[in-house]
Write a protein that binds this ligand. Structure first.
Ligand code: NQM
Length: 365
C-alpha cells in the first residue's frame, strides 16, 4: 500500500493528548482532511493502526495556521476523532489541546517567541471565540520545564496561562441555549449552559448517586449511563445542537457539594464515558452554571470560601473558583459583570501545562 508522509507533532495539552498539524500540510478539502486525520489517529476502537490512544482524551487533533484576522496570531481547529466510529466531530472545542497550540506554533516556526514570556492570540475556529495564551519562553525558546502541577498529569511543567474572552454560546449560540435557567427532562431538573462548551448540569442526587464515585464505578452503572443518554438525546435539539446521537456534545455533568474547599464537586460524562477529571471549557461552563441565580446548583455550591454572594450587585469583579473532579480540582478565574439580569462572564482564566512528546513524519495510506 502506498503511504504518504505528513509532518506532525504530538503534544500533551493540559490533561489531554493530541496530534498537531499545520493546516498547509493537510488537504484543503474538508472531507479529505478528515479522512487523513482518521487514518493518522486510527479508525477503530483500538486505534492500533494510528497514533490515537483509544480514549476520547487521547484521540484528538489540532489543525493550525497563521490567522488573517487583525490582532490575532493563529487559527486553531480542534478535531475530535470519535473512538471506534470512524468519524470526526468538530462541533466542540478543546481547551486542553488549545494549551499546546502556542508551543506548536513556536516549534513549527509559525511564531517568533519573545524573551521571557510570549503572548499568543488564538482564534478558535470551532467556536469563533478568542483565547490568549501566555507561554514561558526564556531566551526566545519554548520551555516545558517548570514547577506547575495540574491535576490529572504527573510531574510538573512550565505554566501556560489561558485567558478566554467572551466564550458564551460557543456551539449553541447563547449562554442558556434552551432559554431557561432550569429545564426538566424525565422528571430531572437540568441547567443547560454553553460558556465555551455545551454542558447539561444536573444534581448527582437526582440520579441516585452520591457524586463521589470513581469514573469506573459510574461507567459500570448501566442504569445511570442509560438515564444520562436519554436526557441528552431529548435536550440536545432544544440546545440548538440538532440530533446529538453519537455527537461529542453536550457533555453531561453531575454536581454535588464540594469536599475539598472548592465551589462544587463534579463527575462529567464526555458524553459516553466519565471524564477522569473535567475538560477545561467544560469546567468554565460548569463554574458559570454554579453562579447563575436559580440554577440547579443553588444550595449545592459552597460560596463561603469564594464569596460568590459578595459579587451580586457589584459591577465587574474577578473571582477564582475551584471545580472539584475525580483527580483533584481545576481553578478557574472568572471575570464577571453583574450589571445585567444574569451575570455575564467577560473572561475566564486557567492555568494549563503542555509538553512536546514527539515530532516527525506521520504516514497515512
Ligand atoms: O472542555 C474533554 C478534555 C476535554 C475537552 C471533553 C476540554 C474542554 O479534557 O475544553 O478540554 O470534555 O471532551 O480535554
Amino acid at each position: 500500500m502506498k503511504q504518504t508522509s505528513i509532518p506532525y507533532m504530538q503534544f500533551r495539552g493540559g490533561s489531554s493528548k493530541g496530534v498537531y498539524f499545520l493546516a498547509s500540510d493537510l488537504p484543503k478539502d474538508k472531507t479529505r482532511r478528515d479522512q487523513v486525520l482518521l487514518s493518522a489517529l486510527g479508525r477503530d476502537a483500538s486505534q492500533i493502526d494510528g497514533l490515537g490512544g483509544a480514549t476520547a482524551l487521547a484521540s484528538k487533533a489540532a489543525v493550525i495556521s497563521k490567522s488573517n484576522t487583525a490582532g490575532v496570531d493563529l487559527d486553531y481547529l480542534f478535531v475530535q476523532i470519535v473512538v471506534g466510529e470512524n468519524r470526526v466531530d468538530i462541533t466542540p472545542n478543546c481547551g486542553n489541546i488549545l494549551a499546546g497550540v502556542g508551543p506548536f506554533a513556536i516549534e513549527a516556526g509559525l511564531l517568533e517567541a519573545s524573551d521571557g514570556e510570549t503572548k499568543v492570540k488564538i482564534n478558535m475556529l470551532n467556536s469563533g471565540k478568542i483565547c490568549e495564551l501566555i507561554l514561558q519562553t526564556p531566551n526566545r525558546m519554548m520551555t516545558y520545564e517548570g514547577d506547575t502541577q495540574i491535576d490529572g498529569v504527573s510531574g510538573t511543567s512550565a505554566p501556560i496561562i489561558c485567558n478566554y474572552r467572551d466564550t458564551s454560546g460557543s456551539a449553541c449560540g447563547s449562554l442558556l441555549p434552551t432559554g431557561n435557567v432550569v429545564d426538566e427532562v424525565n422528571g430531572i431538573e437540568l441547567t443547560c449552559i454553553d460558556n465555551g462548551m455545551p454542558v447539561v448540569v444536573l444534581r448527582a442526587s437526582d440520579l441516585n448517586i452520591s457524586g463521589y464515585e470513581t469514573p469506573d464505578e459510574l461507567n459500570a452503572n448501566d442504569q445511570l449511563v442509560q438515564a444520562l443518554e436519554s436526557i441528552r438525546l431529548q435536550i440536545g435539539p432544544k440546545m440548538n445542537l440538532g440530533d446529538v446521537e453519537g455527537a461529542a456534545v453536550p457533555k453531561i455533568c453531575m454536581i454535588s457539594t464540594p469536599r475539598r474547599g472548592g465551589l462544587v464537586n463534579t463527575r462529567t460524562f464526555i458524553p459516553y464515558k466519565c471524564h477522569t477529571a473535567i475538560g477545561v471549557l467544560g469546567a468554565v461552563s460548569v463554574a458559570t452554571a454554579c453562579i447563575l441565580p436559580g440554577s440547579v446548583a443553588t444550595g449545592l455550591v459552597k460560596v463561603g470560601n469564594h464569596q460568590i454572594s459578595d459579587l451580586v450587585g457589584s459591577k465587574v469583579s474577578s473571582t477564582a473558583v475551584s471545580i472539584e473532579h475525580p483527580l483533584g480540582a481545576i481553578l478557574v478565574t472568572l471575570e464577571v459583570d453583574h450589571g445585567g439580569i444574569l451575570p455575564k462572564i467577560k473572561s475566564a482564566g486557567l492555568i494549563r501545562t503542555a509538553r512536546l512528546l514527539s515530532r516527525g513524519e506521520l504516514y497515512v495510506s
